[in-house]
Design a protein around this ligand. Sequence first.
Ligand code: 8YV
Length: 311
Amino acid sequence: MPIDVLQLTPLIAAGDEDLHRNYSVCRWYDLPDRERWLDEHNASIRAVITAGHLGISNEMFRRLPSLGLVAIAGVGYEKVDLDAARERGIRVTNTPDVLTNDVADLAVGLMIATMRQIAAADRYVRDGRWIAGEMDLAARVSGRRYGIVGFGRIGQAVARRLEGFGGSIAYTSRTKKQSPHAFHSTVIDLARESDVLIVTVAAGPATRHLVGRAVLDALGPTGFLINVARGSIIDETELIAALQDRRLAAAGLDVYADEPRVPPALSALPNVTLTPHIGSATVDARLAMARLMLANLDAFYAGHPLPTPVV
Ligand code: 8YV
């Protein structure tokens, strides 16, 4: 039977059953001999399924002459060469909106956990250290100056949550939005006026290392950095140095430069809270992402308009 769909990554949701009921799918990540398989089947693949942070390599693009759709189960699509897709008439879809609240919830949760040292407090109790005395005091979370880098769906959802914390909310984005919150035209200006910098901006060539030494120094030794977007947006080497030198108070990270590998120098630091790219990792979000991804696949094969096209 010809293979319709090449699945580059597991869909961590119930969507797998629907997918395999309606399509002949090859799980790329389970193949013992990928090169041999690709030589035998590459001509029949019309659709590829992948994750937001994985995308599809240009090499894989080239190896699939019949490819018509890259369906992303995720909102980010920086790992897909959109120009190459356009040149070949390959459609690209993603799954926006259905994960916005989950990622925004994690951003605020990571902020609270980082500023109030909740992961360290858990270890403090489990390790029996409370017997010997109280933990060091933490930073207040409410009533601070919150800066949001990137003011799209997720950034605005974070702002809605922060409105309940008192304090001030400001943001930076390519363009000023219709918002009651202060707009800064650069990240460094925003960092200078923030106690907490929360990164939600989309990844791509224009935002690579957007948060580097200058922004970290502008945020300063009493500043906190939270990243739920992509690891590429922060210069990880500069971040580690700033945390080691206490030029930055602490960081809460859900994403990293070379996932799932995290630099030992980062994970050894006491002033970081680390989570394994779980922004959209809720049952509800992943089910909704899988279903929306499937809706795009169904529309593509039926020749109908795609629900959430990128290209
Ligand atoms: C992951 C994400 O891609 O939506 C995104 O861009 O980064 C996450 O949702 C996850 O692996 C789902 O595909």
